[in-house]
Design a protein around this ligand. Structure first.
Ligand code: ADP
Length: 532
């Protein structure tokens, strides 16, 4: 027997139809790279997306063709998300900060047919064009100087068109992981997974959107599907405020002027905002919910945002998980906890949203599941309808024999389901057979007033196998000695975790998504020798 309910495929175009129909006048504001500000609304976004499908069809672009974007956050980029999927195509958001060889690789691997880009990235286009033979059409979002401008491209159409007929298991979006080792890998999302993920973002536990919420996503639209915000935001009928530039002054002004209640970004975004506010005496913008993810949110950041009245939603996820996996939210007994206890909970990575399941397994034996005791750390694995099964064009599944995706993260799960990440599998430091969490050392070190950034890596040691060395970038104008840093850490981590050496450096290498690149740091210090 089959159930007897209606057919309504889980398609992402339903999101924009809903937004235009039910929240059509909610605004989408953009601050552009040239300082101009424009306003449209969900009805306008849908109309332009339909015009874009007409323009794409006229250019011979259709089902499963890859439509790439190389752009910052703005309303035309949002239009393109829906226009690309609306024609039955696959939206491929490219990170402009990737290195040239990665850009060459992913555009060819994806076989992108159309590329829409910001004028600011014209130098990338000029450099790469000859290496991207699959790209037939270039459209520039904000200038007609070197390619047809986006507005001119869609201007000849009326938006009187239909979305392409597709099925819910058809692909709609492609994102590449930045690949700290080897080539980037493509994650191919489908309509169903994307829609379910968008709905998961509506749980109060996740983004906590209200009818009057105003969201400024600082997370770029090219980073891990922008945490699903362009999709979930349509379902919630949010007012979106976008900035095409990542300038803390612009972000703070927009937050104040546009009544922003929600924002989302990686920790470095908040660091920039703190520095700007401190240097200029500007008040920290007041938010209801500040979502932080992409890498661990340090305690001092959580404290400051909480003291300023925000709920800090510390979230963990990956490109491979669409990306939401866990989010921290106040627990039922929140009011009974002290401020310090609350901060300690928020500093962990939160609990799974409904729809995904987590487990930890023994690092050396994936068949051995570990207890949720808040103590035993192991390899973090996840499964659910918006978790990757197989990388794009790979010939093998990326899951374990029993259907879980191994995240490459190491952590513990607490009895109430809270995830606490302790490291990446490749970055844990093994000393005398015991594990040392490089991340915890780093997080503790950045609490020192003179430390701007810190990275811990394991260096070979004749007796202990590996010992931690901490690389530190000092804050401008601040000073401290290695002994002072070690003294500062001594009541924050176990004694045997204390680094054998603290090395001061001018900079620490980062990946294209702005995370510390331990691989590059290891390469840079491959000749390093610990004093015995
Ligand atoms: P990329 O590897 O391309 O930078 P991802 O965004 O997919 O992109 O990276 C996912 C990884 O980022 C996770 O596996 C985890 O190591 C790290 N990460 C994400 N969120 C957090 C968090 N809240 N705390 C600590 N690490 C995080």
């Amino acid at each position: 027997m089959l159930g007897a309910m209606q057919d309504w495929d889980l398609l992402v175009t339903h999101l924009i139809d809903h937004a235009a129909r039910e929240h059509g006048t909610r605004e989408i504001v953009t601050y552009w790279a040239d300082g101009q500000q424009t306003r449209t609304n969900w009805a306008g976004i849908r109309c332009d997306a339909l015009k874009m499908t007409q323009a794409l069809r006229a250019a011979g672009v259709g089902k499963e063709d890859r439509v790439a974007t190389l752009a910052m956050n703005h309303s035309r980029h949002l239009v393109s998300w829906y226009g690309a999927v609306g024609v039955g195509g696959i939206l491929h958001t490219i990170n402009p900060r990737l290195f040239d060889d990665q850009l060459e690789y992913i555009v060819n691997h994806a076989e992108d047919k159309v590329l829409l880009y910001d004028a600011a990235f014209q130098p990338i286009i000029d450099k790469m064009k000859a290496l991207w033979p699959s790209v037939e059409l270039y459209i520039c979002y904000d200038s007609g100087e070197h390619a047809t401008s986006f507005e001119d491209w869609i201007a000849g159409y009326d938006g009187n068109a239909q979305w392409a007929e597709v099925g819910e298991r058809d692909p709609c979006m492609l994102c590449y992981t930045s690949g700290t080792t080897g080539n980037p890998k493509g994650v191919l999302y489908e309509h169903r997974s994307t829609l379910l993920h968008a709905i998961s973002g509506l749980q109060p536990h996740a983004f906590d959107f209200r009818p009057n919420s105003v969201m400024l996503p600082v997370v770029p639209m090219f980073h891990a599907a922008s945490w699903g915000l362009p999709w979930a935001g349509a379902a919630a009928g949010l007012k979106f405020v976008y900035s095409a530039v990542n300038d803390p002054m612009v972000l703070c002004d927009l937050m104040a002027d546009e009544g922003v209640t929600h924002s989302a970004g990686v920790p470095t975004v908040w660091l920039g905002i703190f520095q700007y506010c401190d240097a200029t005496g500007t008040a920290l913008p007041k938010l209801d919910v500040a979502t932080i993810g992409g890498s661990a949110a340090p305690k001092f950041m959580i404290e400051r945002l909480m003291k300023n009245g925000a709920r800090v939603a510390h979230a963990w996820g990956m490109t491979e998980t669409s990306p939401i996996g866990t989010v921290g939210a106040p627990t039922h007994d929140w009011a009974d906890k002290s401020f310090d206890e609350q901060v300690a909970i928020v500093a962990m990575q939160g609990r799974p949203v409904f729809g995904v399941e987590l487990r930890t397994v023994d690092l050396d034996d994936f068949t051995k599941e570990l207890p949720r005791d808040g103590k035993t750390s192991g390899a973090l694995q996840i499964r659910g309808p918006w978790v990757i099964k197989r990388y794009f064009k790979a010939d093998q599944d990326a899951t374990t024999a029993d259907g879980w995706f191994d995240t490459g993260d190491v952590g513990v799960i607490h009895p109430d389901g809270t995830l606490q990440l302790t490291d990446r599998t490749k970055d844990v430091i093994k000393s005398g057979g015991e594990w040392i969490s490089s991340v915890e050392l780093e997080n503790a070190a950045v609490g020192h007033p003179a430390v701007a950034e810190a990275a811990a890596i394991g260096m070979p040691h004749p007796k202990w196998d590996e010992r931690p060395v901490l690389f530190v970038v000092k804050k401008d104008g601040a000073d401290c000695s290695a002994a002072e840093v070690i003294e500062y850490l001594s009541d924050k981590v176990a004694k045997w975790w204390l680094p054998d050496a603290v090395e001061f450096v001018d900079d620490i290498p980062h990946t294209a998504t702005g995370k510390i690149s331990k691989k590059d740091l290891r390469d840079r210090f491959s000749d390093y020798k610990l004093a015995e």
